[in-house]
Design a protein around this ligand. Sequence first.
Ligand SMILES: *Cc1c(COP(=O)(O)O)cnc(C)c1O
Length: 387
Amino acid sequence: MTDFLPFALPDVGEPEIEAMVAAVRSGWVSSGPKVKEFEAAFADAIGEGVEAVALNSATAGLHLGLEAIGIGPGDEVLVPTWTFTATAEVVRYLGAIPVLVDVDPVILNIDLADAATKVTAATRAVMPVHFAGFPIDHDAIAAFAATHGLAVVEDAAHAFPASYGGVNVGAGTSEATVYSFYATKTMTTGEGGMLVTRDSELAQRVRVMRLHGINRDAFDRYRSDKPAWHYEVVAPGYKYNLTDPAAAMGLVQLDRAVQMRDRRGEIASVYDSAFADLDLELPAGGGEGVGHAWHLYVVRLPAGGDRDAFVRAMAERGVGTSVHFIPLHMQPYWRDLGEHARDDFPVAAREFDRVVSLPIFSSMTAEQVQKVVTAVRKTLTSGGGVG
Ligand SMILES: *Cc1c(COP(=O)(O)O)cnc(C)c1O
């Protein structure tokens, strides 16, 4: 099993290593000029004059985005059940309540019809998740938010780079959009995240709250004409800053992001044609106006198929797979908090039993892609996984 193909690997090489080493040599081992450079370059990549604030995770960005729009105890925030726990946990950090919403059966994103039934007088915000990197229709979200008077904080952990109708994810009208640079995401800084917004005041609040509620960070103090030791604490903030070595890695990854996305898109096309004749539901792909980030390639077994047997058979053939996601309402904490039954979210409950994520990382070789194709075909044609 030495040639076991893992489900995901970061696509990081010598240029990233050299950039990190140079950052360490510069002496700025915490947050300094590379963080500023990374923020400016990322904001440029999104366009539309957004501001970008670097953080040490997407979770931090989601937390501070909600904090900046004033979410607090008693407020309700609409969150799709089909997501990672981070999307909902940050709502709890603020003492507010995540109200779970079912997903649409095609792209597994928040179902706005179901969301509408869950709006109450306490609802303050909605958190769409660009699942797998398939961009959400931002006009539909914006219209929904306007109708119900809600703020929008987008979880774009899977969605860099992605666009809908020619507009980049993050460049729309939402209050904030948050990206993840975790090890296995579409670009990485090891750990890291970025919040983008068109609202300068919101950006400023996030900058302050990411570093102890201090109104100027170390780099500004170093450059300003005030004495270097002077700072003001204006709120009980957090410790969420990104470091320069991480930002240096991020700058290299950012340069390569479109090329890495294109490679994942190619792998998706290979899978699409190789599996076209199988009894397998393939993920919704491109289509008019859809700039897919292809973070995940999620196939669905036929109803009644045995997903767990499929995962085991793939592993026996040397291929790692994963499952995205175990719906939140099926996790003990969220289930108990919302007093949920499995079938409260019928689409999520049904689709969860069928989904498998196949490897789709940009450093995969043609042979590794073929290995996945062969393993899937053998597994399905030998009866494994279809029950
Ligand atoms: C990975 C992920 C996050 C959290 O990202 P971190 O950078 O690890 O905090 C949030 N939401 C979704 C949907 C994710 O997949």
